[in-house]
Structures are given as structure tokens and as C-alpha cells.
Design a protein around this ligand. Structure first.
Ligand SMILES: [Zn+2]
Length: 493
């Protein structure tokens, strides 16, 4: 009867977000809470538990889960606390378990430790010894490191962006672990590609990046290959091993893993120039919006909390305001102080507030007269995954033609959840600010007349040269000119 230990530690950060993340941002599950939360959900552990449930006689040791919305770098002491709790939970079962499945993200980062997941796995390995299989999951935005590979035996990587395969990734990880328990001997090849990519071509269903993904998926169908993926890293997580990377896990066959990883990496490198964003200046977007018949999306990916930004950019509201735009504007904003003032004044009150720029000094606070239209508790379900969102207290504020939904915490705005939670139909507005690089097509693009990817300032700007990377290995495309690629496979067995 195989005994499988499961745990989770997941966050994505932007090194360029000036706010230091804390332990309080994390939702912690201990022991059976972990399975209770994930069972039946569209999450990695939800998918893994489904696979294990179909096998006979598997015993699960649920130990610890820590997951947080994306944010700035995590305070070192808070990471140490999470690590200590994680290891404390794993330790009692470390020797009796036959295998380990850890859900990690890959784009964590701390104020000191720049490879938190690598550190965590290194410390876990001290508890498990060298022989027991450790399988991890990774976001395709993860920055898989040499240390993570040294202290694990294989991995499953998301194949979709926007992400719709959390559960599928967990299921693949679970099946990989079962294969290893049945005798498979994983060999991992990775080829690092000095390129950072952004833009619409990254949408895996329709864009060029999808070709790499489909190649990886075709490899996973081949005999002798256990897993494959093409990781693009999170360009906002400025850590030493930030890059794109091709990963192939073969059963025993090192040459097969190597040759396929080299092939995938070379193909990806050839496409790098096309996988760059097409950005529109704020001025042009505002000038062109009225030409469209129907709602227009202003994508403010530079301030996407799901990528690690603060969410308190008012730059589009400010620009529209200054230019006297008269259409109906809908925008979310992270601003706890404005929410507090709205609560203090009460429903229906008219107040002067300072909006935005409370967390990231790139943005200048904007003075507005507003009416408090709604007050809320910020507890709602994600439209994408039906998982709980914790936005803190919220206030819907209206200033003439501007409707601004203020939340207290930097929650992700990857779908219409925050609008739906306040009974607001985005289709009734002329310009809708969406703080996410890409959303699932049916949320906005299906019905919008146009979608402008606006070149606004922010800690997750696709205009990568504006961010000031100082830690990742250089040269790297597109931050540097004349970058060459000398494909080399690293092997971990
Ligand atoms: Zn991601």
C-alpha cells in the first residue's frame, strides 16, 4: 500500500513591487484541512487526489499548505516561518512515506533567499534521505533552479496560459509519482534559454508559444518519456536563474531527454522575436477608444496583482480624467485607505478621496469627489475556479462617469469576479480597465469591441526594459542586444 505525502507552498512575486510580502498574506492548511480544501477543486492537489482516489490502497499523508496571492518579495523571516512549519509538518511522516508530491509555484522570492523553493526542497531532502521520490509541480511561469532539480526526482508543468490546467497538472504529477513507485527511473534534462517573452503570442490556445506546449504534450505521449514542458519564467521575478527553459523527463534514457530538450529549446529560441508584446501608449488608446462601437478593454498588465504588482495604479483613471473622457469607465483599484474612508462616511455619502498610489510610489495619488455606491466584505468566489477570494473590505465609488471598485487587498483581477461580486456587468461600460495580462477569452474578448494592451507604468510591465533587472544572468533577450544562444543540456538523475 503506497503511502504518499502531499504538501503545498505557492506564491509568485514581482521583485519590482516595493511592498514586502508577509506571512499574513498566506492561507495555511494543516493536516486534513489540506485535503478538505482541495478535494474536488480545480487545483493541483485536487487533480492529484482524484488520481490517487482511483488507485487501490493508497494512503495519503496531508501535511501542510501555504498559498498566497502574488505580491512583492516575501520577508525573509516570514519565509523562514513557513519553511519551519512546512518541515515540522512533513517530518513525522518523512520516513514512513513512499513518495512525496509537493505543489510549488517556481516564482517565489524573498528579501534574502532568491531560491525559496530550492531551499525548501533541500531541507525536505534532509528528512527523506536520497532514495524516496519527490515530485513537484510548477507554473510555466516558474523559475526552476538547479537546486530544485537536485533535490527532486521529476515534475509536471502547466501547459496552458491563461492557466486552466491546475488540476490536470496535479494529475500528471500524481501519475508520474505512481510510475516511479512502479519502477520508472526518471532522468531530467533541462536547457536554459536566455530569453524572456511576453505578449499575445503567449496565449497557448492561439499563440506561437502553444507550438512549444503542443510539442511537449506530444512528447508526454511517447513511450520512454515521463513528462515535458516549456517554461517561460516570470520576467518580474528577478533572481539568478530567471530565463526560459525546456524540460524533458525520460524514463532511464538520458540521451532521449537531452535530445528532446535541446530540440524544444532551439525551436523556442527561434520564435523569441515574435513572442514580444505589442503595446499601445496611453494617449493613443484614449484617442482610439471612441472609434470602436462597443465596450473597449484597457489591459493594464503593468499593474497586474496576479503577476505580483500592487494593483494600486491609477494611471489609466488619471489619464482618462485629465483628458476629459466622457464615456462610462469601470476600473478596479487596490486602496485600503479609500475603502476605510468610504466605510467611515457610509453608503450614499459624498466624500473627497485620494485614490491610488498608496502602495507603489510610481503612481501619484489622484484627488476625486466620489459617491459611496456600495460597501462589501470582499469575500467572494473566483469566476475562474470557484475558489474563495479574500479582497478585504470593498467599496464601489462613483465619480461622474467613473465607477471604481476599491478593494483592500491585492487580489488577482484575472476574470470578472470582482465585478460580479458587486453586481456590476462590465458589458455596460465603455472602457473597462483589466489588470491582468490575459484573461480567458470568454470573460472579456468575446464581447469587447477592442482590447488595448496599454503601455502604462508598473512593477509588472511587459515593457521589460523599464523595470531595472539587476540580478538575473545577463545577457538575456530582450533586455540586452546581440544575445547568442549556445544550447546546453543539464542532466539530473
Ligand atoms: Zn502563471
Amino acid at each position: 500500500m503506497p503511502r504518499i505525502l502531499i504538501a503545498e507552498c505557492k506564491q509568485e512575486i514581482s521583485s519590482f513591487n516595493p511592498q514586502i510580502g508577509t506571512y499574513d498574506n498566506f492561507t495555511i492548511n494543516r493536516g486534513p484541512e489540506l485535503t478538505a480544501y482541495h478535494q474536488g477543486k480545480e487545483t493541483e492537489l485536487g487533480g492529484a487526489l482524484d488520481v490517487f482516489a482511483k488507485e487501490e490502497d493508497i494512503e495519503i499523508f496531508p501535511t501542510y499548505g501555504a498559498r498566497a496571492p502574488s505580491a512583492g518579495p516575501l520577508a525573509q523571516k516570514d519565509f523562514e516561518r513557513i519553511t519551519a512549519e512546512f518541515l515540522h509538518a512533513v517530518k513525522p511522516h518523512a520516513e514512513e512515506a513512499d513518495g512525496f508530491l509537493f505543489v510549488l509555484h517556481g516564482a517565489m522570492g524573498c528579501t534574502e533567499e532568491l531560491d525559496p523553493e530550492g531551499y525548501l526542497l533541500q531541507e525536505v531532502r534532509k528528512l527523506t534521505g536520497d532514495n524516496l521520490p519527490i515530485i513537484i509541480t510548477q507554473d510555466l511561469h516558474g523559475i526552476l533552479t538547479a537546486r530544485m532539480l537536485e533535490h527532486s526526482n521529476g515534475l509536471a508543468i502547466y501547459h496552458t496560459y491563461p492557466h486552466v490546467d491546475f488540476a490536470d497538472t496535479g494529475a500528471r504529477a500524481a501519475r508520474l509519482l505512481l510510475k516511479i513507485l512502479n519502477g520508472a527511473e526518471p532522468v531530467v534534462a533541462r536547457v536554459r534559454v536566455p530569453a524572456l517573452v511576453r505578449g499575445d503570442e503567449l496565449i497557448t490556445a492561439s499563440g506561437m508559444y502553444g507550438q512549444s506546449i503542443r510539442y511537449a504534450q506530444s512528447l508526454e505521449e511517447q513511450p520512454g518519456i515521463l513528462a515535458a514542458g516549456m517554461m517561460i519564467g516570470n520576467p518580474f521575478t528577478d533572481v539568478p536563474e530567471l530565463c526560459s527553459q525546456a524540460i524533458v523527463v525520460a524514463d532511464t534514457d538520458e540521451d532521449l531527454a537531452r535530445s528532446e530538450a535541446l530540440q524544444m529549446a532551439s525551436d523556442f529560441w527561434e520564435r523569441r522575436e515574435q513572442m514580444q508584446p505589442v503595446l499601445v501608449s496611453i494617449e493613443d488608446a484614449i484617442a482610439q477608444a471612441p472609434d470602436h462601437d462597443g465596450p473597449v478593454i484597457f489591459t493594464d498588465a503593468a499593474d497586474a496583482p496576479s503577476s505580483g504588482a500592487t494593483g494600486d495604479s491609477n494611471s489609466l483613471i488619471q489619464a482618462l480624467h485629465e483628458r476629459g473622457y466622457k464615456g462610462k469607465v469601470l476600473a478596479p483599484l487596490v486602496d485600503a485607505a479609500a475603502v476605510f474612508m468610504a466605510y467611515d462616511a457610509g453608503l450614499g455619502a459624498r466624500i473627497s478621496v485620494v485614490l491610488g498610489g498608496s502602495l507603489d510610489s510610481r503612481f501619484s495619488p489622484l484627488d476625486l469627489e466620489v459617491e459611496v455606491m456600495q460597501l462589501g466584505d470582499g469575500e467572494y468566489l473566483s469566476e475562474s475556479w470557484n475558489t474563495p477570494e479574500h479582497a478585504g473590505h470593498t467599496a464601489v465609488l462613483k465619480s461622474d462617469n467613473f465607477t471604481i471598485i476599491c478593494v483592500s487587498r491585492s487580489v488577482r483581477f484575472i476574470d470578472r469576479s470582482v465585478f460580479i461580486a458587486h453586481d456590476i456587468d462590465a458589458k455596460n461600460y465603455d472602457i473597462i480597465v483589466v489588470k491582468s495580462p490575459h484573461c480567458q477569452w470568454h470573460f472579456f474578448d468575446e464581447w469587447a469591441a477592442a482590447n488595448f494592451n496599454v503601455d502604462a507604468p508598473g512593477s509588472t510591465s511587459a515593457n521589460l526594459q523599464t523595470l531595472g533587472h539587476s540580478i538575473c544572468q545577463r545577457p538575456i533577450f530582450p533586455l540586452d542586444d546581440d544575445v547568442s544562444f549556445d544550447p546546453t543540456a543539464e542532466i539530473y538523475a
